[in-house]
Design a protein around this ligand. Structure first.
Ligand SMILES: Nc1ncnc2c1ncn2[C@@H]1O[C@H](COP(=O)(O)OP(=O)(O)OP(=O)(O)O)[C@@H](O)[C@H]1O
Ligand SMILES: O=C(O)C1=C[C@@H](O)[C@@H](O)[C@H](O)C1
Length: 286
């Protein structure tokens, strides 16, 4: 029983660690998962084309299979365009792609709604210890595409709408796993992050993203210069997730200027489109 699926990464509007309320938008950097189930295999064995721990994807297969009361092990393999542990939701994309590929292998892709798929991944991420809040914001942005607002304390999707902007992403040569972020200092900037969330809820994603980014740069002792420089052209720019990446949004020509400036820095500059499709099987049934 073999299944395949992919899911996009995302960038942050509001990081949920300070207040448990978050917002993110999907970008079309994708992670692909191939799952092979074997009823005679004892466990699940994961492999990836990047250097990361495979517990999350193995747990995603186990949890998805368990929902159907089946006993099966097997293999899961991911390949990805998303730099891992960089703030671009590599964990949510890997989880969503794996859960959906497992459903594909079981012939059950129509059984779970995309939101339920995301919740299986959130549960797996909590069990694997790769998240602070469960990161339903990142998980739903990746599963559904578009921009989302969530309450991660109740695992509730508050809002989702399509998102069409030009995007630039600056990825420094560094990794920053969410699980090792400074939660205590992040909570100290909660009043500012609360304002950023209000802006996003009012549809002002650009200012929300900028405000959120400055608050978390201060909390996490990160240099906010890439965001400040981007604001010469962009509508909004800020730290994505727990960093180290920054994202900027705006009109195509302005974002081209941002990308040009960011290319002078050490690291990579990516120009993904926003993604309104979300996770999908290769046969794109959903
Ligand atoms: N391509 C992948 N294949 C399998 N597992 C992955 C993959 N990418 C990430 N992961 C899992 O997700 C973990 C990284 O999660 P983390 O939240 O730190 O990164 P992120 O999701 O990129 O960051 P952020 O939440 O700040 O956007 C890895 O340690 C690994 O367990
Ligand atoms: O681990 C977490 O709970 C999170 C990590 C970051 O991606 C944040 O952007 C997200 O809102 C929550």
């Amino acid at each position: 029983m073999k299944g395949e699926a992919s899911a996009p990464g995302a960038a942050t509007v509001v990081n949920a660690i300070a207040t448990l309320k978050g917002s993110a938008f999907a970008v079309d950097l994708r992670t692909h998962a191939t799952v092979e189930l074997d009823e005679s295999a004892a466990g699940v064995d994961g492999t990836t084309d990047v250097d990361v721990d495979t517990t999350l994807i193995e747990t995603c297969v186990e949890k998805t299979v368990a929902r159907f009361g089946i006993e099966a092990g097997g293999t899961v393999e991911t390949t990805t365009e998303i730099p891992p542990e960089s703030g671009l939701k590599s964990s949510s994309a890997a989880a969503n792609a794996t859960v959906l590929a497992t459903l594909d292998a079981l012939g059950e892709t129509d059984t779970l709604e995309p939101l339920e798929t995301a919740l299986v991944g959130v549960e797996a991420a909590r069990d694997a210890g790769v998240t602070i809040t469960g990161a339903l914001d990142d998980a739903t942005a990746s599963a559904l595409g578009g921009v989302v607002l969530t309450d991660n304390s109740s695992d509730e999707l508050l809002h989702r709408e399509p998102f069409d902007r030009s995007v630039a992403v600056y990825v420094p040569d560094e990794r920053a796993p969410s699980a090792s972020t400074d939660v205590g200092r992040s909570k100290l900037v909660a009043p500012v992050v609360e304002r950023a969330f209000d802006m996003a809820r009012d549809g002002d994603y650009a200012d929300g993203m900028t405000t959120n980014g400055f608050a978390y740069c201060a909390a996490l002792r990160r240099d906010a210069s890439p965001a400040v420089d981007a604001l010469a052209h962009a509508e909004g720019a800020g730290l994505s997730g727990t960093g180290p990446s920054f994202a900027a949004i705006g009109d195509t020509e302005d974002i081209q200027e941002v990308a040009k400036d960011w290319k002078k820095l050490d690291g990579k500059v990516l120009r993904p489109e926003t993604d309104n499709r979300g996770a999908s099987t290769n046969s794109a049934k959903r």
